[in-house]
Ligand binder design. Structure first.
Ligand code: PLP
Length: 378
């Protein structure tokens, strides 16, 4: 097979080999149901406990504050619906932003149909919310503020600690979608005043099909799936033991050398941006230049259709994204790029390049030479 040059780490990542090694026994001889009383059941319950400790440690939470789920989308659903259903007798208002992932936006739509009012905050040209606008939109019946740490398309990082402070000041719960942040930047739920946080293992070299929701001790939320009593009664269903073990290992590895890893990614990112700016005149960098995920590059190639560009790059073995990974097949312009004020031409030409641990400077050179060849061949 020809080599793949993978630049779509915000969409998903390959399972790390060490992670895979830890998972394998749980697919074969270690198959006991964690709810069973015999040894191979109890052993698996213990394996989940260890993974829960690792996930909790990574974000400075307590193990009992971690609930394993099936993915980031499920964690977002559980957070928003769980908190709303536990509080909606008296409170009927949620605040979020216009640039959230559809896991949040579509959950909000459902809640709106059920009588909940949702305020969607604007963002500036970098994709940042305005803290004053946030504070002004708080009402007496606001249940929850849900604002992502880092955006999946443009990589912009929000002032999460300040948002958390505002939420605390007004005694409103604060949820953050940290699916793009966890494993990529340091997150501390205590320091950042976060009450609920969603994450997903496949974004940090863990397996697909497993996520987690952090809920601060003492906060009541309602389960959204009926069934057994797994995850302290909050998420019914026999646990994905192999996946959970993999998530624990992956998060542990992700934070082992996070500073070194981030320095490398930022160097590669800046090199890539500078070279593209030097070689192609009609481009525009989207998203914040400073408060940005280390591996995120989002560039509009003016006059290009990024879907065509993506397919031509694919012919060369290069994987990139022409929008949010989860909305592939949707040809409408990205809601994130519209919210930061791009015109149609800029939005249509936007390509997302997201770097990860296996990328090298040689890979970036290969990517750049192909982008230059395609965009100048017309
Ligand atoms: N939230 C954000 C910010 C994401 O980027 C994604 C996936 O790309 C999700 C939620 C959904 O996560 P999952 O694919 O695990 O459901």
């Amino acid at each position: 097979m020809n080599r793949i040059y993978y630049f779509d780490h915000a969409a998903t990542t390959a399972v790390d080999e060490e992670v895979l090694r830890e998972m394998i026994p749980y697919f074969s001889y270690s198959y006991g149901n964690p709810s069973s009383a015999y040894t191979i059941g109890r052993q698996n319950k213990m394996a989940i406990h260890v993974a829960r400790q690792k996930v909790a440690k990574a974000i400075n939470a307590k193990p009992k504050e971690i609930y394993f789920t099936g993915c980031g989308s499920e964690s977002d659903n559980l957070a928003l619906k769980g908190i709303t259903y536990a509080n909606s007798k008296n409170k009927k208002h949620i605040i979020t932003t216009k640039i959230e992932h559809h896991a949040i936006l579509n959950t909000c739509k459902t809640l709106e149909q059920e009588g909940i009012e949702v305020t969607y905050l604007n963002v500036d040209k970098d994709g940042k919310i305005n803290l004053q606008e946030l504070e002004n939109s708080i009402k007496d019946d606001t249940i929850l503020i849900s604002i992502m740490i880092a955006n999946n398309e443009i990589g912009t990082i929000q002032p999460i600690k300040e948002i958390g402070k505002i939420a605390r000041k007004h005694k409103i719960l604060f949820h953050t979608d940290a699916v793009q942040a966890i494993g990529n930047i340091k997150v501390n739920v205590e320091e950042m005043n976060i009450d609920l946080l969603s994450m997903s293992a496949h974004k940090f070299y863990g397996p697909k099909g497993v996520g987690a929701l952090y809920v601060k001790e003492g906060i009541d939320f309602k389960e959204i799936q009926d069934g057994g009593h797994q995850e302290n009664g909050k998420r019914a269903g026999t646990e994905n033991v192999a996946g959970i073990v993999g998530m624990g290992k992956a998060i542990e590895l992700a934070y082992e050398n996070i500073e070194e890893y981030n320095t490398k990614l930022i160097e590669l990112r800046e090199y890539c941006i500078e070279e593209l700016q030097r070689k192609i005149s009609k481009i525009r960098i989207n998203g914040a230049r400073k408060d940005r995920l280390p591996g995120n590059i989002n560039i509009s190639f003016l006059g290009e259709d990024s879907s065509d560009l993506l397919l031509k790059l694919d012919e060369k073995g290069i994987c990139t994204s022409a929008g949010s990974a989860c909305s592939t097949g949707d040809t409408s312009p990205s809601h994130v790029l519209m919210a930061i004020g791009l015109n149609n031409e800029e939005a249509e030409g936007a390509l997302r390049i997201t770097l990860g641990k296996e990328n090298t400077k040689q890979d970036i050179d290969y990517l750049i030479s192909n982008i230059v060849a395609i965009t100048t061949s017309k």
